[in-house]
Design a protein around this ligand. Structure first.
Ligand SMILES: NC(=O)c1ccc[n+]([C@@H]2O[C@H](COP(=O)([O-])OP(=O)(O)OC[C@H]3O[C@@H](n4cnc5c(N)ncnc54)[C@H](OP(=O)(O)O)[C@@H]3O)[C@@H](O)[C@H]2O)c1
Length: 229
């Protein structure tokens, strides 16, 4: 039984992953941005423990964890939480830049930093759910892509820095996945939303599990997942 800390378990890919981890009996720690959401997660995943911390306010995570019980060993820290806001650079406000950079990159970096002793104790695994937008940028995707390019850099640096501690690092780059986030993207693009055209969140969860379950002699450093046909 592994101890897994998952962000974004309330929706989409994170919810699909948490359900699979719970099903197989792993010990779940779930990060929620506030106490109300944490209570909902505990109700949804019996036996799960929660941590309250808002990724949009990375500077307060350390203080918040100082007032809660945190896991002493973490086998897997899986960063799934994220936000998206489309729009041209010409019209993107500082608040919009800041929110995506904080939730998608600075928050995960700080959460990783705070959990590193527990990860090192377990020779654990850090998984970052990135995006196709972390590899290439299209018009109107600048601020989201910037946050995903940033988290790609964080993962690549961490992988090399932690090589001798036994902490493994994987980045998963999903294409469009049928979740509430993708529904929002369609609304912002002015397009009709047909979830059957896109990857099921369960398939992204399967991909993450494949990386986590690989024996220690190998590590998947990067995985790209595209919609099938
Ligand atoms: N859907 C896609 O097409 C797609 C494609 C490529 C990559 N991705 C990436 O996959 C990841 C999961 O996306 P999804 O589609 O499953 O999104 P989703 O359904 O919108 O779920 C996002 C999750 O992130 C959490 N979250 C947002 N802001 C947070 C904050 N400030 N603090 C803590 N948690 C916060 C949300 O919690 P609340 O319940 O509190 O809102 C929610 O559980 C994201 O990193 C996204 O960028 C998605």
């Amino acid at each position: 039984m592994a101890t897994c800390l998952v962000t974004g378990a309330g929706s989409g890919i994170g919810a699909a992953l948490a359900a699979r981890l719970a099903e197989r009996g792993d010990e779940l720690w779930l990060l929620a941005r506030d106490a109300g959401r944490a209570a909902q997660l505990r109700e949804r995943y019996a036996g799960a423990r929660t941590l309250v911390g808002d990724l949009a306010d990375p500077g307060r995570l350390s203080w918040a964890f100082g007032h809660q019980t945190v896991p002493s060993r973490v086998d897997a820290l899986i960063h799934v939480a994220g936000v998206v806001e489309l729009g041209p650079v010409a019209e993107t406000s500082v608040a919009t830049w800041q929110q995506q950079l904080d939730v998608n990159a600075v928050g995960p970096a700080e959460l990783t930093r705070l959990m590193l002793p527990a990860l090192r104790a377990a020779r654990g695994h850090v998984v970052f759910v990135n995006s196709g937008a972390g590899l290439r940028v299209s018009p109107e995707w600048g601020s989201y892509a910037a946050s995903k390019f940033a988290v790609r850099a964080i993962a690549d640096a961490l992988r090399e820095e932690e090589r001798d501690t036994g902490v493994r690092v994987t980045t998963v780059y999903p294409g469009r996945t049928a979740t509430p986030m993708q529904e929002k993207v369609h609304r912002q693009e002015g397009a009709d939303y047909d979830p059957t055209r896109w990857i099921a969140p369960e398939s992204v969860a399967t991909t993450i599990l494949a990386a986590l379950d690989l024996p220690r002699d190998a590590v998947v450093s990067e995985l790209t997942v595209r919609p099938g046909s």
